[in-house]
Design a protein around this ligand. Sequence first.
Ligand SMILES: O=C[C@H](O)[C@@H](O)CC(=O)C(=O)O
Length: 280
Amino acid sequence: MFARTYYGTHPDMMAGASNADLRDRYLIHDLFREGACVLAYTHADRLIIGGVRVGAGPVSLPRQQEPPSAAGRSLLERREMGIFNVGAVEGVVTVDGTAFALAPKHCLYVGMGADEVVFSGSGARFYLASSPAHRAFPTRRIGLDDAAILVRGTAEEANARRIHQMILPGTCDSAQLAMGLTILEPGSVWNTMPPHVHERRSEIYFYFDLPDVAQDRVVHFMGQGEATRSVVLQDGEAVISPPWSIHMGVGTRAYAFIWTMAGENLDYSDMDVLDLCQLM
Ligand SMILES: O=C[C@H](O)[C@@H](O)CC(=O)C(=O)O
């Protein structure tokens, strides 16, 4: 059912970890296979991350397979999900018979208890993130225009960007899932500068919209502030940030990324910002 399971890690495990170890533990790749819904399971606040590339026909969200008591039931029986159109063409997500057309970069929140989720639209690409939920909130579409927007950074610092808060209190209610989309201005390349940690939530960054998918890269920084490490990502890849890890990146050119958080609270401002002089 899951292409990969990612286990939790201790900060001490960063010491001596090779780049291959870091990629194995934190990098989520190969999410987009034509006609398939690829899912990865992480023990980071039990987030499920997925990708869908629609081919000739519609693609369904898989149903639970384990344990036997849950087999055949909806994956969202006790979960909620955010779905973003991360492709270039409009796509459609149908939830229990209701079709939601999603333009590129628009999002759908799917509440706990939804039974059938079907993706359609030839060539459409969707990014999915799901966390456990304790309560059903209404399924709804959130356009980029519906988001609360934080304008951050400057061109001089090469980090001018717009943070679109899409699944967060005030824009869309959820049980614990928080998601948004940050778009860098042309010429700006640094995100989440200065970086922060939030002990009470895990976070996953998914990078996309790199201008040249063959050549452009994002160098993503992780680890504790005093012992930073880096992972190089391509377009369409995601990286897990444990609650003890910073998460910031620099691209070879401007790009966009989707941030997903889950954990103890939905307070976006619950973060400890590091001074750049603390980074080592
Ligand atoms: O916890 C918040 C997340 O890391 C992002 O919203 C930060 C971000 O998009 C940015 O500053 O560029």
